[in-house]
Design a protein around this ligand. Structure first.
Ligand SMILES: C[S@@+](CC[C@H](N)C(=O)[O-])C[C@H]1O[C@@H](n2cnc3c(N)ncnc32)[C@H](O)[C@@H]1O
Length: 361
């Protein structure tokens, strides 16, 4: 036995315990908007002043600050605990607050605690059965996904992503007026943005989660959007529906194919829906299909964990395929090919290094 190797692993496990605890405490701070309050005040604060400004109980805030300063997220100043003040450095705030937009990593701190709270026991039980878990077992997932989408799409979709599609040609077509469909649209954030920006085009969102579709519709109504329709439907069911034959010029799927029970049928549906000369953008997590090739992936353990707790079980449900979020480039290209796409480009995106764009004709 190599003692040095064991010692190194022991200290790594200590880091893991600390970082796991920090993730939970960061998620609480994010949820309770403590980081936003500290960033707005932009000066060292006593625990009492911070608790007052955030509308929280000082004893809880004090314990939380203990985690934040020993975890080096927040700076502590002062010699005695009574005189201590706490400061969130602007460099940390820039990655933790809601105003950070697409740079907001605070929103991601909620993901593991949310999944732990909602399905950990069920996932553990499913290790024995492998039956999968329905979407409705994740009550706050769509709300969380919408927060992610807001953070991600608001600053990126219109100014960076769409201008890169079809070497810039898509933008002119959207401005002129085309028919667009988003598969697995969730609460419709991407479509709301596109429909607002391109009033001459028409937009359809498809998702089989009825509550998400209801939210998407009310979001469109609040914005007064008339060029948008949302349908509560299983994307896979569209593949034989004559009403959808060649009905769309541009089809998107943001992070929405890998957790479908019948992803190949959903992709065949996309092909069925695509008008001649049309284009499909599938945006999905960038990974290799073989875990051995993901050893240097900067978020490998995080993404595999989210997949284990959510994407894979929802994809397994109803005797589904259960691809999981880390299905990777090889499987993605293979499924797209089986669905009938002949021109598949795998495009990396400077503005979004964690996803890849499969641009298909
Ligand atoms: C990870 S979420 C992504 C949501 C949205 N595209 C976004 O970027 O925020 C995946 C979405 O796919 C939807 N979905 C899963 N299976 C589906 C199916 N068979 N048909 C249509 N939508 C499905 C889920 O309800 C969920 O809204």
């Amino acid at each position: 036995m190599d003692q040095a190797k064991q010692d190194a692993f022991g200290s790594r496990l200590t880091d893991i315990l600390n970082h796991g605890a920090l993730n939970l405490a960061l998620a609480l701070g994010y949820q309770l908007k403590i980081f936003d309050v500290m960033a707005d005040m932009d000066k060292p604060l006593s625990c009492k002043d911070l608790a007052r400004a955030a509308g929280l109980h000082p004893r809880y805030v004090q314990e939380w600050l203990g985690i934040m300063c020993t975890g080096h997220i927040i700076e502590i100043h002062g010699d005695t605990s009574e005189a201590s003040t706490y400061f969130l450095p602007p460099e940390h705030a820039a990655l933790l607050i809601r105003k950070a937009g697409s740079g907001n990593m605070g929103v991601y701190t909620q993901e593991i605690p949310l999944l732990t709270q909602t399905v950990m026991a069920r996932v553990a039980a499913d290790f024995f059965k492998g039956e999968g878990i329905p979407y409705k077992a994740y009550p706050r997932f769509q709300e969380f996904m919408a927060q992610l989408s807001h953070a991600k799409h608001r600053q990126v979709l219109i100014p960076h992503f769409l201008p890169g599609v079809d070497e810039g040609r898509l933008m002119a077509r959207l401005e002129k007026g085309i028919r667009v469909c988003d598969i697995g649209c969730g609460q419709g954030i991407a479509l709301h943005l596109m429909a607002e920006t391109f009033p001459a085009s028409s937009f359809t969102g498809i998702d089989n989660d009825e509550p998400a579709i209801a939210e998407a519709r009310s979001g469109a109504a609040e914005r007064g959007l008339k060029n948008i329709t949302f349908l509560a439907k299983d994307a896979a069911s569209v593949q034989d529906d004559p009403d959808f034959f060649q009905a769309y010029d541009y089809i998107t799927a943001f992070d929405a194919i890998h957790d479908q029970s019948r992803p190949l049928d959903a992709l065949k549906a996309v092909r069925h829906m695509m008008a001649p000369g049309g284009m499909f953008s599938m945006i999905d997590i960038d990974a290799a299909s073989n875990p051995a090739e993901n050893l240097n992936h900067p978020m490998g353990p995080f993404l595999y964990t989210v997949s284990l707790m959510h994407c894979m079980p929802v994809g397994l449900f109803d005797k589904g395929r259960g691809l999981g979020m880390m299905w990777g480039r090889d499987q993605a290209v293979s499924l797209l090919t089986q669905a009938g796409f002949r021109h598949i480009q795998v495009l990396e995106m400077d503005h979004d290094p964690f996803n890849v764009h499969y641009q298909c004709r």
